[in-house]
Ligand binder design. Structure first.
Ligand code: NAD
Length: 469
């Protein structure tokens, strides 16, 4: 090994591209030194990450309050505890998830032994989004570290307080060479993508996803793309309407609808539209009171641009609930839209805000046709007590994941893969799936010396010709 590359900061060039260059070189050097491979190092990093989350919890909650006006309890549960749980699960299973797996060999190979070894990929790039700026940066980090990689993290510049906090605290708790945090926006990410990585894990919108994939194609770098889409909800007349409404309202209005697996729109039969709208409105008022703008439990839209984008969608229907916008306060009220035409603006792209269209369809078949006429969503939800309806939804639609009589909760199960399909992404993670995402599964075949199972395959073939042909 050559010596460690020049350190970042303290006398190093302040030119941004030079710094990115150095940071990538430091991560690469840490990986090639071999020190990220032993399980002891990986365990140490995961424990340190959990220490950081516990000790810095007040600062994390503060940064989330600044960026998203996220209520402290919500931040604690969705951005801190959920990550701690994932790291704990990973620590508990680390040995099992990373050990060699013996597999069967064909009889013809005699006593040769076959196994799969999970080896780290090398230096990986993780690009995070702004909507859960801590959770969605650190969850993939857990898998990358558990698999023994060095990591370059790029938090979203759209959540600047969280980005600055991660850049400040992560190097103080984790191996400061092997885990680099590069802050910045499009310019910095573009520069990062000019480097060669061993894997790129991107969470965000599909337009940037294709930029990332095109950049990765230049160096044949594998990618995981965690994207979004319009996640539909089907509600039928067998569903418990109040319970369904409470669940849908919670999923749609938490974090102001800025959740990749939030219910995007509801499909139901005409006679259920008004009762459901009423029940969802009741549930919203129970959560946030008569004026959500006054509620400490209700968040804000990430910035004025997105607030204005959402305001523009309100003309797509009649606001049964809400419909108020205060751009200066980045506030969009919890809103239920009725009389929405399927080709209206709100039904085009992922809403990513607290606006819930309820669209009437004739029945389940029409709902399935409606869903299948659009790109494959990240999540699909069904509120029904009928087994046959559940089976129809599963069999006749395609989505990253499915939840019945619940929303969002499916991604809290570490033994379930989390990821999209088609337009909602490629690849998956969480739990052991994260370890496989950030590992290469190396095929190893070991023949005992002195045995010669391939003797028959060598010419001359005259004997085999008589036997086989
Ligand atoms: P964003 O604007 O923060 O972008 C994500 C990342 O891409 C950022 O780090 C940003 O710096 C980088 N980026 C932006 N433009 C770029 C460019 N031109 N070149 C290179 N990099 C660039 O977040 P966003 O995309 O607005 O996030 C919202 C979207 O993400 C929604 O569609 C949502 O559904 C999806 N999402 C998906 C998941 C998931 O797990 N599948 C989770 C959260 C969000």
């Amino acid at each position: 090994q050559t010596g460690r590359p020049a350190a970042v900061g303290g006398g190093a060039s302040t030119d941004a591209s030079a710094t990115i260059e150095q940071q990538v070189a430091l991560a690469r050097h840490a990986f090639s030194s071999g020190r990220t491979r032993p399980l002891a190092w990986r365990r140490h990093q995961l424990e340190a990450l959990n220490r950081m989350l516990s000790e810095c919890a007040p600062r994390i909650r503060g940064a989330l309050m600044t960026d998203l006006a996220k209520n402290e309890v919500e931040s604690q549960v969705t951005e801190i505890e959920s990550v701690i749980m994932e790291a704990r699960t990973t620590l508990r299973n680390l040995e099992r998830w990373t050990r060699d797996r013996k597999v069967r060999t064909p009889l013809v190979l005699g006593t040769a032994r076959a196994m799969i070894r999970r080896e780290p990929l090398g230096t990986v790039l993780i690009i995070g989004p702004w909507n859960y700026p801590i959770h969605l940066l650190l969850m993939p980090l857990i898998g990358a570290l558990a698999a023994g990689n060095a990591v370059v993290l790029k938090p979203s510049e759209v959540a600047p307080a969280c980005s600055a906090l991660m850049a400040d605290v992560l190097p103080r708790f984790l191996d400061a060479d092997a885990v680099q945090v590069v802050e910045g926006g499009v310019e910095e990410t573009t520069r990062l993508l000019e480097h060669s990585f061993d894997h790129i894990f991107y969470t965000g919108n599909g337009a940037v996803g294709s930029i990332v994939m095109a950049a990765a194609a230049r160096t044949l770098t594998p990618v995981t793309l965690e994207l979004g889409g319009k996640s539909p909800v089907w509600v039928d007349d067998s569903a418990q309407l109040d319970a369904a409404a409470r669940t849908i309202a919670w999923g749609k209005f938490s974090n102001c609808g800025q959740t990749c697996v939030a219910p995007d729109y509801v499909l139901t039969t005409p006679e259920l539209v008004e009762p459901l709208a009423q029940a969802i409105s009741r549930a919203a008022r129970q959560m946030y009171g008569p004026d959500a703008q006054e509620s400490h439990d209700y968040g804000r839209i990430i910035n004025a641009l997105h607030t204005e984008r959402l305001a523009g969608l309100l003309d797509s229907g009649r606001a049964f609930l809400g419909g108020d916008v205060d751009v200066a306060d980045r506030y969009v009220a919890p809103t239920v839209l009725l009389d929405v035409a399927p080709d209206s603006p709100v039904m085009q792209d992922e809403i990513f805000g607290p606006i819930l269209p309820i669209v009437a369809v004739a029945g389940l078949d029409d709902a399935i046709d409606f869903i299948n006429a659009r790109p494959k969503p990240l999540a699909l939800y069904g509120f029904t007590t009928r087994d046959a309806v559940r089976e129809q939804l599963l069999r006749r639609t395609s989505s990253g994941g499915v939840g019945f009589n619940l929303v969002i909760t499916q991604l809290g199960v570490p033994s379930l893969p989390f990821g999209g399909v088609g337009g909602s992404g490629m690849g998956r993670y969480h739990g052991e799936f994260s370890v496989t995402t950030f590992s290469h599964e190396k095929a190893v075949l070991h023949k005992r010396p002195g045995t010669d199972p391939m003797a028959l395959a060598r010419p001359p073939f005259s004997w085999l010709t008589r036997k086989l042909l």
